[in-house]
Ligand binder design. Structure first.
Ligand code: NAG
Ligand code: NAG
Ligand code: NAG
Ligand code: NAG
Ligand code: NAG
Ligand code: NAG
Length: 482
């Protein structure tokens, strides 16, 4: 008796589960044909495509004119079938007002072990930050935050300190936080919660007579919100050779060093902060991104399919560039999901020869490992917007603007917030600059020239010929006069 009744109970349960699944499938399939219109993503094709190649690790130079047009302007559709049925309402928007004491930070990761290549970029970025500070409203503050593995002498000369911002009054300053890059997370470094990872930094601090309490070191292994040991290991195993992984991971693991700001600008190093940045903050609680031309019809479909595999929402957004400007929490959320997506892509969607760059740029722009970061953030942003966790605006005419444009209308018409180096030999070219092709004597030529090209030329050349102490003085005088 008992046995039989038990069996019938089970079969009843099984039947109802089947029934529910059927209903679920049916409603979802029905929704699928019921696509909703989504506002068109703007696309300024040739330029945008150009700027994508800058994210490539291989230093293959792509001329502006030779890059094929890939961004197809199409109205993306919301794919209801991929979004789970329960979506939270958007978080409430508390707009930051222009006349309040706005606090901002520019965030970069600096690979100290490749200083010969990257320090010139830090110099010009620093120089342009100082230039921007002169136009900043007197109550605003904009710090320059550098995540790197050595507080070396150059950064001390630049006036950088290793202390987290305490209040809204401190002047704008450069801050350096020690961070162990993924590629250095060998067993002997990660052992005992990174116990020995900062020996060299501590010894150096002693030489400079600094107190160790103020020294900020990352990751913070006892903080669940910013450290995930399993993922850290996986990043080491899978992505330690991918050059841009730390520029995303620092936004996740470094969150506590910048969550007190109203806005952060996550950026590559090969950029110039433009003057307009001084007075511009994102409106309506949006996260701004630049435009990025990695999207083709082929990879947009592929990424949508991958999103389904990952259980990620995908609402058809495409063409997001590598610079982000928004609230620290939005940056943290996007960094977290970008890391997740990059790991997924590297493991399941790229074969070993692709990961080892054996294909060169053969598959660009259809499917190219060099822009893994852009694919990863594509998935992350589509998911987070689809889940109502963030608001996005693709500011293709705001961020990641041209360093080569030599017309005055270009800078006057738009609100250009930063200029980003493209893979080009036209002025300003970071390659030509680093080869020493531009000379100090040319500075005079650009003195009264207000174009984007002249701005980049002037900032880069001045940063090369000024001493680090002179540049630090520029920042001090700009922030004390405000
Ligand atoms: C770290 O910085 C110090 C001071 O500039 C320098 O002496 C040392 O060589 C640097 N270490 C590395 C590994 O770059
Ligand atoms: C850890 O080991 C690697 C090689 O196995 C070595 O290069 C590195 O210096 C070691 N680091 C520390 C902090 O002992
Ligand atoms: C640190 O303090 C010692 C002793 O007071 C002094 O000799 C040394 O010059 C100081 N070093 C620096 C970098 O200020
Ligand atoms: C912000 O939102 C308001 C109200 O929805 C809208 O009128 C305004 O244009 C938006 N501003 C920007 C910069 O998008
Ligand atoms: C970070 O990403 C993982 C993987 O998608 C997700 O499970 C987790 O909830 C995210 N954390 C936050 C704070 O959003
Ligand atoms: C720049 O402007 C100043 C003042 O108007 C002028 O004296 C100088 O000759 C100009 N320089 C160039 C290179 O045009």
């Amino acid at each position: 008796m008992r046995r039989i009744s038990l069996r019938s109970v089970f079969s009843t349960i099984a039947l109802s589960v089947c029934f529910l699944v059927l209903i679920f499938l049916f409603t979802n399939l029905n929704n699928h044909s019921n696509d909703t219109e989504f506002p068109q993503v703007k696309c300024d094709c040739p330029k945008v495509v150009q700027s994508a190649s800058k994210t490539e690790q291989s230093a293959s130079k792509t001329e502006q004119s030779t890059v094929p047009k890939t961004e197809v302007p199409a109205a993306p559709k919301i794919d209801v079938a991929t979004s789970p049925p329960t979506v939270q309402p958007l978080p409430p928007c508390k707009q930051v007002e222009n006349d309040s004491p706005v606090q901002r930070a520019i965030l970069i990761y600096y690979p100290h072990h490749q200083s010969e290549y990257f320090f010139p970029e830090v110099r010009w970025l620093y120089r342009s930050w100082a230039e921007m500070l002169r136009d900043q409203p007197s109550k605003w503050r904009t710090d320059f935050l550098i995540f790197t593995y050595n507080f070396s002498a150059e950064f001390r000369s630049l006036g950088c300190i290793s202390r987290i911002r305490q209040n809204k009054e401190e002047p704008s300053v450069c801050r350096l936080f020690l961070y162990v890059p993924i590629q250095f997370r060998t067993k002997n470094v990660t052992d005992n919660n990174f116990q020995y990872a900062f020996e060299h930094a501590k010894n150096l601090a002693k030489i400079y007579n600094e107190t160790l309490e103020e020294m900020v070191t990352l990751p913070k292994t006892n903080d669940q919100k910013t450290y995930d040991a399993k993922r850290s290991e996986l990043l080491y195993a899978v992505l330690r050779a991918y050059g841009y992984i730390d520029s995303i991971n620092t936004i996740y693991e470094g969150y506590n060093t910048f969550n007190m700001y109203d806005f952060v600008l996550r950026t590559d190093i090969d950029v110039f902060i433009y003057r307009h940045f001084a007075k511009y903050i994102p409106q309506n609680c949006t996260l701004l991104t630049g435009g990025g031309g990695y999207g083709t019809d082929f990879n947009r479909r592929k990424l949508r399919r991958i999103a389904r595999d990952m259980d990620f929402s995908h609402i058809g957004l495409s063409g997001m560039g590598s610079t982000w400007y928004g609230s620290p929490h939005d940056g943290y959320l996007v960094a977290n999901q970008t890391l997740h997506a990059m790991l997924w892509l590297a493991q399941y969607e790229f074969a070993m020869p692709e990961r080892e760059s054996k294909l060169g740029t053969l598959m660009w722009p259809e499917w190219h490992y060099g822009v893994l970061l852009l694919y990863g953030q594509h998935l992350a942003i589509n998911h987070l917007v689809g889940q109502n966790q963030i608001r996005i605006k693709i500011g293709a005419d705001l961020l990641d603007q041209s360093t080569t444009d030599a017309t005055t209308p270009y800078v006057q018409q738009g609100i250009r917030l930063n200029l980003h180096c493209w893979h080009t030999d036209n002025r300003f070219s970071k390659f030509a600059f680093k080869l020493g092709h531009y000379k100090q004597t040319e500075l005079e030529k650009y003195r009264n020239d207000t174009t984007a090209q002249a701005y980049a030329m002037r900032m880069a050349l001045e940063s090369k010929y000024m001493t680090l102490e002179q540049m630090a003085k520029l920042v001090q005088s700009a922030s004390s006069s405000s």
